[in-house]
Design a protein around this ligand. Sequence first.
Ligand SMILES: Cc1cc2nc3c(=O)[nH]c(=O)nc-3n(C[C@H](O)[C@H](O)[C@H](O)COP(=O)(O)OP(=O)(O)OC[C@H]3O[C@@H](n4cnc5c(N)ncnc54)[C@H](O)[C@@H]3O)c2cc1C
Length: 437
Amino acid sequence: MKHKKHRIVIVGGGAGGLELATRLGKKLGKKGLADITLVDAQNTHFWKPLLHEVAAGSLNAFEDELSYLAQAKWNHFRFIPGRMASLNRGNKSISLGPIIDEQNRQVVPARTLEYDQLVISVGSTANDFNTAGAKEHCLFLDNRKQAERIHTTLINHYQHAQACEDDVSKLRIAIIGAGATGVELAAELHYAAIELAHYGLDAIKPENLEVTIIEGGERILPALPERISSSVHKQLLKMGIRVRTGQLVSEIKSNGLLTRDEEFIESDIRIWAAGIKAPEFLNQIAGLESNRINQLIVKPTLQTTQDDQIYAMGDCASCTLTNNGESVTIPPRAQAAHQQASLLAKSLISQVKDGNQSLEFNYKDYGSLISLSRFSAVGNLMGAITGDMMIEGTLAKWFYISLYRMHQMTLFGKFRTGTLILKDLIIRTTRPQLKLH
Ligand SMILES: Cc1cc2nc3c(=O)[nH]c(=O)nc-3n(C[C@H](O)[C@H](O)[C@H](O)COP(=O)(O)OP(=O)(O)OC[C@H]3O[C@@H](n4cnc5c(N)ncnc54)[C@H](O)[C@@H]3O)c2cc1C
């Protein structure tokens, strides 16, 4: 009987999943040691931390998207488009929902896919905590389509104001949540207002774009050290961005939002950028352990607690490690997804090649950086030599960009990443600084 090749299926080709598929494809797929399959609900990969730039228009998503089929061909893995809907641990298979086109026609029927080892890396979305009116009256920033929708809405307001000058001259945008996403988006929108006026859409003057960030906690960037939060807060105020802390939003309406203190904040555009949760379908899927935000609970080896052949990583996993007697839960960040992908690649390769045990994940926090658009960046670097060092300005901006370049390096190697950097520099001199349509 012909010996079947070992099958590793990765669901979700985001910051973590695509890096893992690429590494496994090169080391196992290429040598015929295992079949590596990547499944994603989309046909192209877009690195999520760039979404706020797409929303504001400072980045054109088409230039930075990557076709899964092409990446699979170049790196010896297989790509299957589809959205995972359920899991059958008994016969080790997952089911993918049908693919339906925009005219509601079925393009691909529902399918099942068998695995020997399964990695779930389906990321997270914003958590609106079921706030009344949020789904109906807010825009979200979880994927490329949503980011493009924010951009189109913004441009539509500007074009309307331009055509009916005496009608609208002010645009009020409310961003709910002052985590990294909300703060970076606010700064990016401030930059967009300046650029739009520069290119002639000047009916709404930059000072008349009123961006307000509303945060439930006592300070912005609650997950970061206080000194970073206070430095960023000052810089936001300098840009004219309004910051309202200690304000819990209780209801969203079509023309604004209501806080728990019964204050009504009027706004033309509302963007929900608070909290995260893993996709609903993961909630106790096939008896796997999950938490209240649907994340799968994993051991330090990234194996799920109930099934050693199923791994989870990135934003959809909850991984708690013990470090010097202290419990640390890994934060939902691209940096964590990147490190988990690289550990899991080593672990799965050594299991397939040498029959070794799963390796344990050890998280290194290299610090956090907040980009304030073209103006600045603020953050801290954590290292053996530097300790916990706060950085600002160009140096911080440089480190911020390097996170994306590291992702590209894993996907494309050093030479192609170098070429892409060069391409980006050339494009900057030949195109407007903002997407104007
Ligand atoms: C605007 C914004 C800015 C950010 N900035 C930063 C930053 O500066 N630094 C930082 O460290 N982190 C940042 N983050 C967080 C970072 O993007 C995430 O932590 C990271 O992308 C998580 O990686 P992941 O692989 O777990 O999931 P993702 O990168 O979200 O990828 C998940 C993938 O799974 C696919 N998928 C989802 N459901 C299914 C399904 N049912 N079936 C098949 N496929 C599915 C999706 O299409 C997607 O490709 C930011 C996030 C946002 C939204």
